[in-house]
Design a binder for this molecule. Sequence first.
Ligand SMILES: Cc1cc2nc3c(=O)[nH]c(=O)nc-3n(C[C@H](O)[C@H](O)[C@H](O)COP(=O)(O)OP(=O)(O)OC[C@H]3O[C@@H](n4cnc5c(N)ncnc54)[C@H](O)[C@@H]3O)c2cc1C
Length: 309
Amino acid sequence: RRNVLSIMDYAQEGRETDEVFDATCREVIRTVEFAKDHPSVPFSVFKITGIGRLDLLGKVSANEPLTNEEQAELKRVEERVEAIYKRGYELGVPVMVDAEHSWIQPVLDDMVMKLMARYNKEKAIVQNTYQLYRHDGFDRMKKHHEMALQGGFRFGLKIVRGAYMEMERERAVEMNYPCPIQPDKVSTDRDFDAAIRYLLDHVDTIDFMVATHNEESSLLLANLIDEKGLPRNHPAIFFSQLYGMSDNLTHVLAEQGYNVAKYVPYGKVRTMMPYLFRRAEENSSVEGQTSRELQFIQQEIKRRKSKVR
Ligand SMILES: Cc1cc2nc3c(=O)[nH]c(=O)nc-3n(C[C@H](O)[C@H](O)[C@H](O)COP(=O)(O)OP(=O)(O)OC[C@H]3O[C@@H](n4cnc5c(N)ncnc54)[C@H](O)[C@@H]3O)c2cc1C
């Protein structure tokens, strides 16, 4: 009714067995097929840790030698990723892969960039994610765009600030390596907004989604679209928020004619706990925009109570 689109996000995070990984892969493919039949579902999405073991992905990313068994296991992960994107390509449905821990991103980048070269000749079917809370996030994104230009394929991506900050900081201290996260929120915000400007400046060669609850970043993108005289429903530009969060932003953007989609997580409550904990952390962050949303809700409750009296 309000032109808000949806992205079905199978938020399964749990047991690391081939059986579970195969089942998750089948479910993600089901979301691709669902998207094909539903114009209000413009993308599919998945997490690499839903279809491959975190430690294995970390080992490959760190260039550590693999046993024969691990090599076979990696091949199975690659086959699952390939199966998802092949289906996306056959049905013309773009599929995003979420960004997770920095220490598994190298193997993911490798897989995704190869698949972009194969499947993104006409349309950005394969889409990566860049976290701008990483101090190398913006440069990696630009490097991958350059690779796409050189390779003659369309670059597809979403940008986020990043959801694993505490974990990243703790691991860096524990294992004694330089933390990949920006020193403060201001630096993350600076790079996030710089990325928005870059993406808009190159919209002729990039399909992108700005996934944020941050009002200033959303306003920046909305204003730039208007300033550049681009149509608000430009097919290569999407805003996105999580279901149940920042509805004020989502609905205003949709009503104003911008492309906006909600990530709709689903799955068994037990296996969605890590997802829900990340959201709870964001909601309690003083520096984050989501705590503002709670203030809005409290104000509204007060307003309604005062009307009742
Ligand atoms: C549709 C959608 C898809 C998403 N997909 C992913 C994904 O694939 N991968 C992923 O990691 N996250 C993902 N997220 C979550 C996202 O990364 C953020 O955690 C969340 O959106 C909060 O950031 P914000 O931009 O909405 O706004 P804000 O509330 O303004 O920013 C909060 C964020 O700023 C950063 N930050 C806060 N304090 C500091 C500090 N001291 N130093 C440096 N940085 C700081 C952190 O990233 C924090 O999450 C997604 C979010 C949305 C809306």
